[in-house]
Write a protein that binds this ligand. Sequence first.
Ligand SMILES: Cc1cc2nc3c(=O)[nH]c(=O)nc-3n(C[C@H](O)[C@H](O)[C@H](O)COP(=O)(O)O)c2cc1C
Length: 365
Amino acid sequence: MSTLYEPIKIGDLELKNRAVMAPLTRGRAGESRIPNDLMAEYYGQRAGDAGLIIAEATAISEQGYGWPGAPAMYNDDHEAGWSKTTKAVHDKGGKIYLQLWHMGRVKDESTYKEGEQAVGPSAIAAANNIRRASGKAYPKPRALEAAELDGIVQDYVEGARRVMRAGFDGVEIHAANGYLLDQFLRDGANRRDDDYGGSVENRIKFPLMVTKAVCDAIGAGKVGIRISPTNPFNDMSDSDPKTLFTAFAKELSKLGLAYLHILEPIKKSHPFRGNDEYLTPFINEAYGGHLMVNGGYGLEEAEQALKNHSAELVAFGVPYLATPDLLARFKARAELNTPDQATFYSGGAEGYTDYPFLKDKEKAA
Ligand SMILES: Cc1cc2nc3c(=O)[nH]c(=O)nc-3n(C[C@H](O)[C@H](O)[C@H](O)COP(=O)(O)O)c2cc1C
């Protein structure tokens, strides 16, 4: 048997196995941004299987909100809505973190308030090279003033407090995929000439401020962080990602976090892998704590990663999206369900809560 089925303690949590459901934006919260019963059902379906669920990217503030249909976590209604999900997951014996999100320069225009401009580290627009809700190019963002950063740190802290009040087991800080914290990290998006731009030491400063403040607020044992060092998504690039992300990992290692989560596909053909060198082993060495890997993993790749100690946890995105009992299928060497891309973000139950379990398929056969 593979170590994927073995329990592990990370931070304050005992996990029943090492298979993690990766955070997946599904756009099912509707215009209200309030997590609903359908979302609780979806997460509950996966809670008996995964060792840990990382619930989808969730906005910490009105300013950070920018994906139509995505959920939020900055008022009491959002908090009450999310508590339905945590109850559904805990009732099935699962564990669940929530991913905290500020979209920065890639906030969709359809979510702008009257006269609003998206914000970023610098006034550099992301090229329109990805799926966009509105189908329009990204406007140029406004560069944040240094004096505004403490307020954003505070939004993360308030968000993290709400997460814990809603019954989650912890928080994942989203520093990946070209959103605000990643925009500060990588020099393709950060051209600041103050204390938060230029050198690697300066560029990691703001993401570290956020992470430390969240740790102080809820305890480092309940905090994980996600990075995607070579992901070109959202028009991201860096002149020297190896130096940047190993330096960041070294600083993170001092905080006593529950885990570091790296999205870096092993295969170069994966859309979330750029042309850069594969950096996970270097980052792992610099970090030295619990490492979670993700990006194109199936059973064999996961077993391999755990066996050669290049990771202790493996997150699965699209596989969990389509197969609620993924680990049970792995164990049974059974076929996985086929993901339906058309319903990834479409709203409603179709392609969301109606993927069959193995037992349903066997009954139907
Ligand atoms: C529909 C969809 C939504 C996603 N939403 C998020 C998200 O909210 N936060 C995040 O960090 N990554 C998100 N990702 C990236 C996934 O977590 C994961 O890294 C990616 O799918 C690669 O892993 P996989 O090959 O196991 O699917 C999303 C990916 C997809 C396909």
